[in-house]
Design a protein around this ligand. Sequence first.
Ligand code: PMT
Length: 399
Amino acid sequence: MLKGKHIILGITGSIAAYKAAMLCRLLVKEGAEVRVVMTPLAKQFITPLTMATLSKHPILVEFFNPENGEWNSHVSLGEWADMMLIAPATANTLAKMATGIADNLLMTTYLSARAQVAVAPAMDLDMYAHVTTQQNLRTLAERGVAIIEPQDGELASGLVGKGRMAEPEEIVEQIKGLMAKKVDKTLSSKRYIVTAGATIEAIDPVRFITNHSSGKMGYAIAEELALRGAEVTLITGRTTLATPRGVKRVDVVSAEDMYNAAVEAWREADGGIMCAAVADYTPVAVADHKLKKSDDDMRIELKRTKDIAKELGASKEGRILVGFALETDNEAANAEDKLQRKNLDFVVLNSLRDKGAGFQGDTNKVTIIDRQGSTEHPLMSKREVASIIVDKIESINNR
Ligand code: PMT
């Protein structure tokens, strides 16, 4: 898959730079031609000699060679590349990418690159969680940069949390996936909204009601739609996931917020995929102070939230609307009821009785139900489920 592909490997000043050696080796082993561009600080973490030996080419750091004035053209490097991968990508480099600061060869190459760009962030957990870093990642994802998520684990600081660069093998797999996914832009004239994740219903300033949705299923759908060229608005509850590339993300908290954002986006949309786990009930009143405990039991009065899917279904006017059904019993009957009641084109049923299905994990097992009948699918990755759902949307478009 990577045979003969031109890959720029950008390395920045992080302790994870030592993993870039293995990464480079794996890319070369896959048949890729790799040119390494390092930031000046990266040279403190891994030597140019190591990277030049592994990539079989001199590494590039400066705009020109001070000895003989030879110019390292970032423009032709950018044109040469089929893929630009920055691994590790520090918080500093991500911030420069988001704001267009071109103060080293890696940054000027990034700004000149026409190819797909991917970054594998690596930093301490607090730097990664910082609102600025998260905002920068979101900005980059919205502009089409693929974010290879860091992992949870022990960090160089001794702290434990999210910020460890993904392992080289995982990065190579994702790069292969990105290169393979140069799919036809069959949905390029379409606009879709996707809801994802869990809503949060406040009880008081401290407590809330929510559920186990991680957002993974909805994010995979948003990513698949965007890959096929659609304009996607992802309306999302709280999640730790990175924004899929090319997707416009709208963050919401409560079911009411999600309803408002979805109704607004629906005006311009050609379709919607309702994957969020939306609270069906919310507290009647939200206390403005922390509720104090006493020796008595407590009762919280709940009222119904608005049903987003049902509302969009009522104003469908020929557009496509897909719903999910998360069930624990009486699965098919409940899903069929949702299909009719919410005026959906089809329902994606997942049951918590199936191992590996539903919340949190990377897999799902679904049955797709429409007015013609139902199709049961085996356990597969959420990415594959997303692909099946988008195939079905396309087949409805083509009717
Ligand atoms: O996020 P993950 O961890 O990857 O988990 C994925 C998932 C299990 C959340 C997902 O696959 C899923 O099943 N999503 C729908 C969960 C759900 O709330 O199902 P439901 O059967 O209660 O709702 C039926 C449909 O109505 C859903 O499309 C839901 O988005 C929609 N709905 C529900 C209530 C409401 N107030 N508004 C809605 O739009």
